[in-house]
Design a protein around this ligand. Structure first.
Ligand SMILES: [Zn+2]
Length: 353
């Protein structure tokens, strides 16, 4: 076996042993101990650049006297990880990822954090399903995956249980967050405030995106959207590489436009409702009713690409409104009213010349 092949094999073994215990936050990296470890400890380091690691610490007993196996293993796992996925900067790579962008949309004006959500785990055949409920008791996400993935999801996205003696992913991520906080964020926190960026990082959706990135990460996921005709919910389903895990979430109506806009700009792996809304116009239909009174009824005019037109009574489309978008169920597309500069109409007196 050549030296290169041997090295690659060693890297592969290191990664297989450590990838599920590896966590990162900004430029902080950590390695949780194996369950069979008799002298467990959490190793932590800060990455100064791709290969230089500073600040090292491990919580095990051996480390206080000299080095320990955990602090030796952590950089090996980290380097094998960035090599395998050709990542030059973990944080930047995560921020460019679709999951991160979805989380930005979902977290906007949401106040849910790992402390406010409730999780419900159930068996589903050979797999598990984790249902996530917000602080008002509404289901905001369901996650179907094998038991190990679900366990990591719970560890990363919810508060660790009290009296949990094993190292918890939530606590490790929080520790990395404290170690990597920026001066600006710290100054704001001292005044009892949070930057928008920090508030996002502390949200449930940030942790969700991090888990999804870690587990099915890069660009091989399938994203599907549909409008549930029973209740009008806009549903996003995401399937990991090879269909090994499935996320399902109801997108709040006011976030649909922003989400579709992201898929419109990058349609990799996307299928479902067309991402670009068709232009709609408001028109007024005039008619005489039975009492011979003039009725003016607002309608929405839909025009397809071939020039075909259809009118819908505005009132009938009210249940189909998603912020500024209107769902035309019959056509399976979203439309958006064109803005008009006109603020009113002038009806001239026919008697007047
Ligand atoms: Zn150690």
């Amino acid at each position: 076996m050549s030296k290169k092949t041997q090295k690659e094999k060693t890297n592969q073994t290191v990664l297989e042993n450590g990838i599920e215990r590896f966590e990162f936050y900004r430029n902080g990296i950590a390695l949780l101990p194996e369950s069979k470890d008799q002298t467990p400890g959490v190793a932590i380091m800060i990455v100064e650049d791709k290969l230089n690691l500073s600040f090292r610490f491990c919580s095990c007993k051996q480390y206080s006297t000299k080095s320990c196996e955990h602090i030796i293993e952590l950089p090996q796992v980290y380097r094998a990880y960035i090599k395998k996925f050709a990542i030059s900067n973990l944080e930047e790579n995560f921020k460019k990822n679709r999951w991160y962008r979805i989380a930005r949309v979902m977290a906007n004006e949401s106040h849910e954090t790992p402390a406010t959500i409730q999780l419900q785990c159930n068996e589903f055949g050979d797999e598990k399903v984790v249902n996530v409920f917000d602080s008002k008791g509404n289901e905001i996400l369901s996650y179907l995956a094998d038991a190990n993935r679900c366990e990591r999801f719970v560890g990363r996205c919810s508060l660790s249980k009290k009296n949990n003696k094993r190292a918890s992913r939530d606590k490790v991520i929080k520790k990395l967050a404290r170690l990597t906080i920026t001066n600006n964020e710290r100054a704001m926190l001292d005044r009892g405030l949070r930057t928008r960026g920090l508030a996002f990082r502390e949200s449930f959706w940030y942790r969700f995106a991090y888990h999804a990135f870690r587990e099915s990460g890069r660009n091989d996921c399938r994203f599907k959207t549909a409008v549930d005709e029973r209740n009008g919910s806009f549903v996003l389903t995401c399937t990991g590489a090879g269909g090994d895990q499935v996320f399902r979430m109801d997108i709040p109506r006011l976030k649909v436009k922003e989400l579709l806009s992201d898929f419109n700009q990058d349609s990799t792996g996307y299928e479902g409702v067309p991402t670009h809304p068709v232009p709609l116009k408001t028109v007024f239909c005039l008619s005489l009713n039975k009492q011979q009174e003039l009725e003016i009824v607002p309608h929405i005019r839909f025009e397809d690409k071939t020039g075909g037109q259809k009118l819908y009574e505005s009132e009938s489309l009210k249940p189909n409104v998603y912020g500024t978008l209107i769902y035309i169920e019959e056509k399976g597309v979203f439309g958006e009213l064109e803005h008009s500069d006109r603020t009113g109409w002038i009806f001239k007196d026919p008697e007047k010349k």
